[in-house]
Design a protein around this ligand. Structure first.
Ligand code: IMJ
Length: 255
């Protein structure tokens, strides 16, 4: 399904990262990957994990979206190692932990700016930074969460950042559509990743999800990965500007 497609994925932190599940699904479909890591601490894990892939990655590159220079270096690295790419996968989010603990009412100005810069603006920055290396048929996919639409205790400023991310998907889809680039988001159900594990009451959230979702279980990372592979493929050539739910049906329920 992704044979002859070169796809860049930012960022992988560890084996539980949804970004890693996406890399595995895309690799299984024959894609050639460029993998991003944030810093020296996670570089070695990405290098180790990449040995499990069937197709050797085209490159493993640093990408800390807090720095504009690094986004430019990503563009140069892609040009040098891959020439052009057909896909970009954005799996990046961060809010300072106090902002995910205190009531939303008390969100500090700095923390609000950080959350939206890293979790939302980074999609715009990467989309623009990589436009020069996109082939004429391209796809951009990001990850979002239902806390953008409905209140999830403690999700707070991340909910606001994801709402802005989903709106960004629509505006970017409009801007990039004429160039043949599609832009979509996957709204994943709760998954026990390192980014979620520290959340107060997370196990309760998983339990309620299992009871309420039509499929009576939580979603697996592999299922998010497989949907990302579909969205990057020509099978999804008519889909852009959408938020696709991979949440075992949770979002359709009223009660
Ligand atoms: C995160 C916070 C509160 C509730 C949450 C989550 N629920 C879920 C998540 C219910 C599923 C995980 N999620 C969807 C995220 O987008 C997580 C983002 C995140 C996590 C951290 C933890 C460590 C830290 N900053 C973070 N910033 C963003 O310091």
């Amino acid at each position: 399904m992704l044979k002859d497609k070169r796809i860049a994925i930012f960022n992988i932190a560890n084996k539980r990262s949804i970004a890693w599940a996406i890399a595995q699904s895309m690799d299984a479909q024959g894609a050639r990957l460029i993998l991003g890591y944030q810093n020296e601490r996670t570089k070695a894990s990405v290098e180790d994990l990449s040995k499990e892939l069937t197709n050797k990655p085209l490159a493993i590159i640093p990408c800390d979206v807090a720095y504009q220079e690094q986004i430019e270096q990503v563009q140069e690295a892609i040009k040098a190692e891959a020439g052009t790419i057909h896909g970009l996968v954005h799996c990046l989010a961060f809010a300072p932990k106090e902002a995910l603990q205190n009531p939303y009412l008390f969100t500090e100005r700095e923390d609000f700016i950080t959350a939206l810069e890293i979790s939302t603006y980074s999609l715009v920055a990467l989309a623009r930074g990589l436009t020069p290396v996109f082939s004429n048929q391209g796809s951009i996919t990001t990850l979002t969460y239902y806390g953008s639409e409905k209140v999830m205790p403690n999700y707070n400023v991340m909910g606001v950042a994801k709402a802005a991310l989903e709106a960004s998907v629509r505006y970017l889809a409009y801007d990039l559509g004429p160039a043949g680039v599609r832009v979509n988001a996957i709204s994943a159900g709760p998954i026990n990743t390192v980014a979620a594990r520290g959340v107060a009451g997370f196990l309760d959230i998983l339990e309620v999800h299992e009871q309420k979702a039509p499929l009576k279980r939580t979603v697996e990372s592999r299922e998010v990965g497989d949907t990302a592979a579909f969205l990057a493929s020509d099978l999804a050539s008519g889909i852009t500007g959408e938020v696709i739910y991979v949440d075992t049906g949770y979002n359709i329920m009223g009660f």
